[in-house]
Design a protein around this ligand. Structure first.
Ligand code: ZN
Length: 167
């Protein structure tokens, strides 16, 4: 097998996803970024739920759609998906549907994680494909990025709620 000379490590890919996530935060979206590697091709996406607005515009979904449209096939066998946060149920379903081989994520999502934290879609008997999962890559950084976003959003909401504040 010929290895791609530019192949990065798991940590390096998640670091790229972190940078994409930071762009999402800049546009008012929850900072989540994803990098999808399919053979020689790499696809980049970030959460765009608020920007579009589209409830399905999660980083993972956008990366998968972009890859399938570009490559002209829905089956992304052998692909590896790097994402800053544990996928939700919708994204885990899409990962299964696309037959993605590997999922690498940063922090867990204790409220909605569907790769083991709340439910484990990949272990369900309802799915016919189980990707290999690696968790906790750059766990501290990815968790801190989300925390900072929600803290600043709360601070903004409190300022707006304060009576007599001009807006
Ligand atoms: Zn999702």
């Amino acid at each position: 097998m010929v290895r791609n000379a530019r192949m990065l490590s798991d940590t390096e890919y998640v670091r790229v996803a972190l940078a994409l996530a930071a762009e999402a935060a800049g546009e008012g979206d929850v900072p989540i970024g994803a990098v999808l590697v399919v053979g020689e091709r790499t696809f980049y996406a970030r959460n765009e739920k608020e920007r579009r607005p589209d409830p399905t515009a999660h980083a993972e979904i956008l990366a998968i759609r972009q890859a399938a449209a570009t490559l002209g096939r829905w089956r992304l066998s052998g692909a590896a998906l790097f994402v800053t946060k544990e996928p939700c149920a919708m994204c885990a379903g899409a990962i299964v549907a696309a037959r993605i081989a590997r999922v690498v994520y940063g922090c867990r999502d204790p409220k909605g994680g569907a790769a083991g934290s709340v439910i484990d879609v990949f272990a369900s008997e309802a799915v016919n494909h189980r990707p290999a999962v690696t968790s906790g890559v750059l766990e501290e950084e990815t968790a801190a990025q989300l925390r900072a976003f929600f803290q600043s959003r709360r601070a903004g909401a409190e300022a707006k709620d304060r009576p007599g504040t001009a807006s």
